[in-house]
Design a protein around this ligand. Structure first.
Ligand code: F0G
Length: 458
C-alpha cells in the first residue's frame, strides 16, 4: 500500500520565539541551578521537555472561550459548561473544580483514607502517593512486574497484577483498603497504558470486596488511543467511546487538566456518589474556593470545557501520540536505550543502561538530564531515585528499578524539526557518555524533593 503520513491537524497562528544561549552560558546556568533542571530559568532553555503539564498550546476556540469568562464568585456559567463537558465525555456525575490535580488528590485522600489504611495502585505517582501518606495511608504497588523492566515489550504495562491485589486485600482486610488508584497512561512507568480487559477484571475483583476505584485520569485519552491501536475488539471504537468506557468502570476520578485536557492550569475531582460529593464540596471551600470554581477562574473553566472536547478527537490524539512515537523511534534507531514500548507523553531515556559506570547512588538520571541541557539547551527531567524519595519509615533512599530521564512532549507546541534536533542532541550526549560524572545531594527538601533539591558534581 502507498504510504500515507499523518501531519499535525492544525496550522500555526501565533509564534513564540526561542533561541539557544552559548555552551559557556549553559554550563554556568546548570551549575547555578544546582544541576537540577527544575531550577533553570526558562529563558535559558531552547527546547523545553521538562513536562507536558500546563505547557500545551491552546486552540483559537479555547482562546475565544477565555473571553467568555463569567467571573461571578458563585454559579459561574463556565462551571456549568465544564460540568456538562465532563458529564458528556467522561460520564462522572458530580464535579468539583480544583486549581490542579494534586488538590483533587488531597481532597479525595482526606475524605477516604484513615490512619493505617493501604492504598494499592498501578505504580506510584509522586504527588498522589504523598497525599495518601499525609492522610495516614500506605501506598502499595500492584502493577504487573513487566512495568518495572524498561526492555519488556508488554503492550499494556500499566495492567494490575490481580493476584497481588487480591493477596493484599486478603492480608489486610477489605475494610483497610478504601480504594484502588487506577492510573491511565502510567507516568512513572514511561507513559504506559492499562488494557480495558484488565480494568474490567479489576472492577470485578473490587466489586467482590466492595472496594472503590479512583481513576487518575490525567492522560486518559492517550491511554484510550493505545487501546484502540493494540487491544483486540477496540479497533473500530472511537477514542471518545473508549474514554467513556474507561471512566464508567471507576467510581471517582482525579484530573490534572494541565495534560490531556489542553489547558495551562486546572483540574477537578469527579465522583458518582452524592454523599461523597457533598463532603468534597465542604472540603474544597477550605483549601481551594467555592465548589463552583474550586481553584479556577471562570475563563479557565471555559478553556477547559473546550479542551476536553478537543482532547478526545481522533486526529488530535493520533498526532499527539504520533509525535512522541516519532521521537522515540528516531532515538531508538540510534541504538540508544529507552523505555519500550514508547510511551504516550514522552520518551524515557534509560539512564542505567546509558551510564553503566554510575551506580544508582550517584544519581545517573539526574546527571544525564544535566548533561543533555548542557549539550543543546534541551531540558528534560529526572524520573529515578531522586523522584522516588525516601522510605517514610527507614529514611533511606528508595531505589526504583527504573532510573530514567523523561523527555516530555508538550501538546501542539513543537514541530517535527524540533524532535530531530532533540534526537541529535541525545545522540551527541550518548557518544560522550563516559565523560558524564555522578552527582551528590547538596540540599534536599522534605517533600517531593526532585522539584527543589540541589546537587554538586562528584
Ligand atoms: N497524576 C499524574 C499522573 C500526573 O502526571 C500529575 C502531574 C499529577 C497527578 C498531579 O497533577 O501537577 O496538576 O497537580 N504531573 C506533572 C508531570 C507534574 O510533570 O508529570 P498537578
Amino acid at each position: 500500500m502507498r504510504k500515507r503520513s499523518w501531519a499535525e491537524p492544525y496550522k500555526i497562528k501565533m509564534v513564540e520565539p526561542v533561541s539557544m544561549i552559548s555552551q559557556e552560558e549553559r554550563e554556568k546556568a546548570i551549575h547555578e541551578a544546582g544541576y537540577n533542571t527544575f531550577l533553570l530559568r526558562s529563558r535559558d532553555v531552547y527546547i523545553d521537555l521538562l513536562t507536558d503539564s500546563g505547557t500545551s498550546a491552546m486552540s483559537d476556540r479555547q482562546w475565544a472561550g477565555m473571553m467568555l469568562g463569567d467571573e461571578a464568585y458563585a454559579g459561574s456559567e463556565n462551571f456549568y459548561h465544564l460540568e456538562e463537558a465532563i458529564r458528556k465525555h467522561y460520564g462522572y456525575k458530580y464535579i468539583v473544580p480544583t486549581h490542579q490535580g494534586r488538590a483533587a488528590e488531597h481532597i479525595i485522600s482526606q475524605l477516604l483514607i484513615k490512619e493505617d489504611d493501604f492504598v494499592p495502585g498501578n505504580m506510584y505517582f509522586t504527588t498522589t502517593r504523598l497525599h495518601q501518606e499525609l492522610a495516614g495511608g500506605t501506598f502499595v504497588d500492584v502493577i504487573i512486574d513487566e512495568a518495572h523492566d524498561p526492555e519488556n515489550l508488554h503492550p499494556f504495562k500499566a495492567d494490575i497484577n490481580l493476584q497481588k491485589l487480591e493477596d493484599l486485600i486478603k492480608e489486610k482486610g477489605a475494610d483497610r483498603i478504601p480504594y484502588v488508584t487506577v492510573s491511565t497512561s502510567v507516568n512513572m512507568a514511561g507513559g504506559q497504558p492499562i488494557s480495558m480487559k484488565n480494568l474490567k477484571e479489576v472492577r470485578a475483583l473490587t466489586n467482590k470486596y466492595g472496594i472503590k476505584i479512583v481513576h487518575d485520569m490525567t492522560r486518559v485519552a492517550e491511554n484510550a488511543w493505545f487501546i484502540k491501536d493494540r487491544e483486540p475488539g477496540y479497533e473500530n471504537h472511537t477514542v471518545a467511546q473508549i474514554v467513556h468506557e474507561i471512566c464508567s468502570l471507576t467510581d471517582a476520578a482525579t484530573m490534572s487538566a494541565k495534560k490531556d485536557a489542553l489547558v495551562n492550569i486546572g483540574g477537578f475531582l469527579a465522583v458518582n456518589d452524592k454523599e461523597l460529593y457533598d463532603k468534597a464540596c465542604n472540603l474544597v471551600v477550605i483549601y481551594e474556593g467555592l465548589h463552583t470554581y474550586g481553584g479556577m477562574a471562570g475563563r479557565d473553566m471555559e478553556a477547559l470545557a473546550i479542551g476536553i472536547t478537543e482532547s478526545i478527537q481522533e486526529d488530535h490524539i493520533r498526532a499527539r501520540v504520533g509525535q512522541v512515537q516519532y521521537l522515540g523511534e528516531k532515538i531508538m534507531g540510534m541504538g540508544i536505550p529507552i523505555v519500550q514500548p514508547i510511551g504516550s507523553h514522552g520518551v524515557f531515556l534509560d539512564a542505567k543502561r546509558i551510564l553503566p559506570h554510575l551506580t544508582q547512588d550517584k544519581l545517573p538520571a539526574q546527571a544525564l538530564a544535566a548533561a543533555l541541557y548542557v549539550d543543546a539547551g534541551i531540558r528534560g527531567m529526572e524520573r529515578g531515585v531522586v523522584s522516588s524519595g525516601r522510605d517514610k519509615k527507614t529514611g533511606e533512599h528508595i531505589y526504583p528499578k527504573l532510573e530514567l530521564v523523561r523527555l516530555t512532549i508538550p501538546r501542539r507546541v513543537y514541530t517535527q524539526a524540533h524532535m530531530d534536533v532533540v534526537a541529535e542532541s541525545v545522540e551527541a550526549v550518548y557518544e560522550n557518555r563516559s565523560s558524564v560524572t555522578g552527582l551528590a545531594f547538596e540540599y534536599e527538601p522534605e517533600y517531593l524533593r526532585f522539584f527543589q533539591s540541589r546537587f554538586r558534581k562528584l
